[in-house]
Design a protein around this ligand. Sequence first.
Ligand SMILES: C[S@@+](CC[C@H](N)C(=O)[O-])C[C@H]1O[C@@H](n2cnc3c(N)ncnc32)[C@H](O)[C@@H]1O
Length: 272
Amino acid sequence: MNQNSSHPPTACAWPVVDESIYDHPKFYDLVFGADCAAEIKFILACGEAYLTRAPRRMFEPACGTGRLLFWLAKRGFDVAGLDLNPNAVDFCNARLKRKGFPETAFVADMADFKVRRKYDIAFNTINSFRHLGTEKAARGHLQSMGEAVRKGGIYLLGVHLTPTTVPPSETESWSARRGHLSINTHMWTNSRDAKSRVERFGIYFDVHRPSQSLRIVDELVLRSYTPAQMNRLIRSSECWDVVATYDFAYEIDEPITVDASTEDVVYVMRRR
Ligand SMILES: C[S@@+](CC[C@H](N)C(=O)[O-])C[C@H]1O[C@@H](n2cnc3c(N)ncnc32)[C@H](O)[C@@H]1O
């Protein structure tokens, strides 16, 4: 196991709580929802490039707060999503309702679920797929998605792969602000175990409001994928063909070739 605890939280002068960042949808939505424009543009561009008829229905597994679903609903699409976290689903539905859209998010496990209607495009852009801890759960997810998306429809799956020829990135920091609320976020690697394919990442949100500051510390446990492991998994689902790959720059005119040094990948998969 490769231990890397060189970037744990720095000391802070405000209260610290050990909680899931997903249980704080308002903060999560500010941190990750501040800039959805590139993802939305990319999803729409993939519809134009890889579908033979204009999309109407969109689905997001592990939709979280629905930061993307909400923007797509505003663009006139029928949207729905699922998430394991009821707080996130409540937040997502409350925003959809507030803006006059149906409350179409529901609580479910993306490893095994069913939907009544088929979708044209599904997307899962920022690594949520890696929360699935086993090959069985990951394959179950791809097969459930195969039932949810119509033949010829597409699934955009964004994952951070583990490169095998260069050292992986170990830390990331970013900030977001809305009105009097500002959040500084830091993420670091706690451990990587290539054999068990378990990677543990520490993350904190430093939440600053005029009334108080708070640090929320969490650990994300993600399954790792080399490019070869990902290809094998997709093949084994027997319902998806990879038609293109991109990186997290989301430039539709700049597809990438995945090799052993690649980290960020969005797989564009077409339903057989
Ligand atoms: C990084 S967030 C992404 C949320 C959203 N897709 C976005 O782009 O903002 C990961 C989400 O995956 C959800 N999640 C984790 N495991 C899940 C599972 N087995 N089924 C459904 N959702 C899951 C978490 O609750 C969390 O909301």
